[in-house]
Design a protein around this ligand. Structure first.
Ligand code: HEM
Ligand SMILES: *[C@@H]1O[C@H](CO)[C@@H](O)[C@H](O)[C@H]1NC(C)=O
Ligand SMILES: *[C@@H]1O[C@H](CO)[C@@H](O)[C@H](O)[C@H]1NC(C)=O
Ligand SMILES: *[C@@H]1O[C@H](CO)[C@@H](O)[C@H](O)[C@H]1NC(C)=O
Ligand SMILES: *[C@@H]1O[C@H](CO)[C@@H](O)[C@H](O)[C@H]1NC(C)=O
Ligand SMILES: *[C@@H]1O[C@H](CO)[C@@H](O)[C@H](O)[C@H]1NC(C)=O
Ligand SMILES: *[C@@H]1O[C@H](CO)[C@@H](O)[C@H](O)[C@H]1NC(C)=O
Length: 345
C-alpha cells in the first residue's frame, strides 16, 4: 500500500475506534481552550472552604450524586422547571449543598472563557479540590465532560444507594455503575468527612426488640450519644446533624474505617461493610494503611468521575449550571412567570 493511502486508512480506523469507544476524558483538557479554568475553580472552592468547612463534604457528595444518576453530566445541578421536577427534589438529595460554590466558579470561568468549560467538569474539579483541602489527597482530574439536558427526580431513588442497604445490595448498586466491591469500600471512606441527619440513621436507635431497641451492631455508648441527639420522635426534616466519622470528623482520612472497627459506623450501610469477610478485610487494610487508602480513594474518584460521561459533541456546555441552554428559567426569575403581566395594569 502506498504511504499516503496507508495514512488515510489508519486515520479512518482511528476515527472508527473512537466512535466505538466514545471520546476519552483527558487530563489537561482545558490547557489550550481555558488554561486558567482549574486554578479558578480551585480558588473559588478554597475561598468557600475557608468560610465554611462543610463545603468540602458537600461538594464531594454532590459529585457522587451527579455521577450515579445519568452519569457525571451535571444533571444534579439543574433546577426544576415548571414541567419537570429535577434530581434536586428527590428525598436522598436532602442536604445536598454547595450549589452556590459551583455557580460562583462557573461565573468566574465564564468571564474568562465563555462557553468552554462544562458544569460537570467544574463539579469534578471542585470535588477534587475538596479532597485536597479536607484530606490533603491530591489527584488530577481527566476532563472533557459535557453537560446533560435532562434531570428527573424519580431517577434518584433508583440510582443513589439508600443508607438502609445491606452489604450485598451496596455491592450491587456500585456494580450497576461498573464499580467494583473494592471501589465501593474505598469510596465509602468519603464518609470520613461530613454529616448525616437523624433521619438517615434513626432506624438503628429505637427499633430492635431484643437488644434494648438498639441495633446490636452499634457500640452501645455511641448509641446513647446518638439517642440524646436524635429523640425517637425526631421529624424527618429536623436539622440536627451528626458527624459520619466520630474520630476525625473534619478530616478526609482513613479513620472512618477505624470507626467501623469500633462499631461506630453511623449509617446501616457503613456498618454493613463489616458483615462480609471480603469487605471486612478491605476495611481492615484501609484502617491500617492510611496512605494506601488515600491513593486508592483518588483512583476511585477518577473512576467514578468517568461514569457514563457525555463527550465530544454530545450534550452541551451549559451557560448557567442550573438551566439547560435555551431552557425555561422562569423558576429562577419569577418575574418572567407572567411575561404579559405588564398588560394587566
Ligand atoms: C455506599 C453507599 C452510600 C450511601 C448509602 C450513602 C449515604 C449517605 C447518607 C444517607 C448521607 C447523609 C445524608 C444526610 O442525612 O444529610 C451521606 C452523606 C455523605 N456522603 Fe454518602 N453514601 C454512600 C456513598 C458515598 C460516596 C461514594 C461518596 C463520595 C465519594 C459519599 C459522600 C458523602 C459525603 C461527603 C457525605 C457528607 C455530606 C455533608 O456533610 O454534606 N457517599 N451519604
Ligand atoms: C430536596 O428536595 C426537597 C423536597 O423533597 C426540596 O424541598 C429541597 O429544596 C431539595 N434540596 C435541594 C438542595 O434542592
Ligand atoms: C422535561 O421533561 C420533558 C418531557 O418529559 C423532557 O423531554 C425534557 O428533557 C425534560 N427536561 C429536563 C431539563 O429534564
Ligand atoms: C440483603 O437484602 C436482600 C434484599 O434486598 C436480601 O435478599 C439479602 O438476603 C440481604 N442480605 C443479607 C446478608 O442480609
Ligand atoms: C458498564 O459497562 C458496560 C460494558 O462495557 C456498558 O455497556 C455499560 O454502559 C456500563 N455502565 C455504566 C453505568 O457505565
Ligand atoms: C422497625 O423494624 C421493622 C423490622 O425490621 C420494620 O419493618 C419497621 O418498619 C421498623 N419501624 C420503624 C418505625 O422504623
Ligand atoms: C418529642 O418528645 C419530647 C418528650 O416527649 C417532647 O418534649 C418534644 O417536643 C417532642 N418533639 C417533637 C418534634 O414532637
Amino acid at each position: 500500500m502506498p504511504n499516503g493511502v496507508k495514512a488515510v486508512v489508519m486515520y479512518l480506523v482511528a476515527i472508527l475506534l473512537q466512535m466505538a469507544h466514545g471520546v476519552d476524558l483527558e487530563i489537561g483538557f482545558y490547557d489550550k481552550s481555558c488554561p486558567s479554568a482549574e486554578e479558578t475553580v480551585r480558588q473559588v472552592v478554597a475561598g468557600a472552604y475557608a468560610n465554611n468547612r462543610r463545603i468540602a463534604p458537600g461538594l464531594i457528595r454532590m459529585h457522587f450524586h451527579d455521577c450515579f444518576v445519568r452519569g457525571c453530566d451535571g444533571s444534579v445541578l439543574l433546577d426544576s422547571t415548571l414541567g419537570n421536577s429535577s434530581e434536586k427534589e428527590a428525598e436522598p438529595n436532602r442536604s445536598l449543598h454547595g450549589f452556590q460554590v459551583i455557580d460562583d466558579a462557573k461565573a468566574m470561568v465564564e468571564a474568562q472563557c465563555p462557553g468552554v468549560v462544562s458544569c460537570a467538569d467544574i463539579l469534578a474539579f471542585a470535588a477534587r479540590d475538596s479532597a485536597s483541602l479536607a484530606g490533603k489527597i491530591h489527584y488530577r482530574v481527566p476532563a472533557g465532560r459535557r453537560d446533560g439536558l435532562v434531570s428527573i427526580e424519580s431517577e434518584v431513588i433508583t440510582n443513589i444507594p439508600s443508607p438502609l442497604l445491606n452489604a450485598t445490595e451496596l455491592v450491587g448498586s456500585f456494580a450497576a455503575k461498573n464499580l467494583t466491591t473494592a471501589d465501593m469500600v474505598t469510596l465509602s471512606g468519603a464518609h470520613s468527612v461530613g454529616v448525616a441527619h437523624c433521619s438517615s440513621f434513626i432506624n438503628r436507635l429505637y427499633n430492635f426488640s431484643d437488644t434494648d431497641d438498639i441495633d446490636p451492631t452499634l457500640d452501645p455508648i455511641y448509641a446513647s450519644i446518638l439517642r440524646s441527639k436524635c429523640p425517637s420522635n425526631v421529624t424527618s426534616t429536623d436539622p440536627t446533624v451528626v458527624s459520619l466519622d466520630s474520630l476525625t470528623p473534619a478530616v478526609l482520612d482513613n479513620m472512618y474505617y477505624v470507626g467501623l472497627q469500633l462499631n461506630r459506623g453511623l449509617l446501616t450501610s457503613d456498618q454493613a461493610l463489616l458483615t462480609e469477610t471480603s469487605l471486612k478485610d478491605l476495611v481492615d487494610l484501609n484502617a491500617y494503611y492510611g496512605k494506601v487508602w488515600d491513593w486508592k480513594f483518588a483512583k476511585a474518584m477518577v473512576k467514578m468521575g468517568g461514569i457514563e460521561v457525555l463527550t465530544g459533541s454530545d450534550g452541551e456546555i451549559r451557560k448557567n449550571c442550573r438551566v439547560v441552554n435555551g431552557g425555561d428559567d422562569s423558576e429562577l426569575f419569577p418575574d418572567k412567570l407572567f411575561p404579559d403581566s405588564a398588560c394587566l395594569s
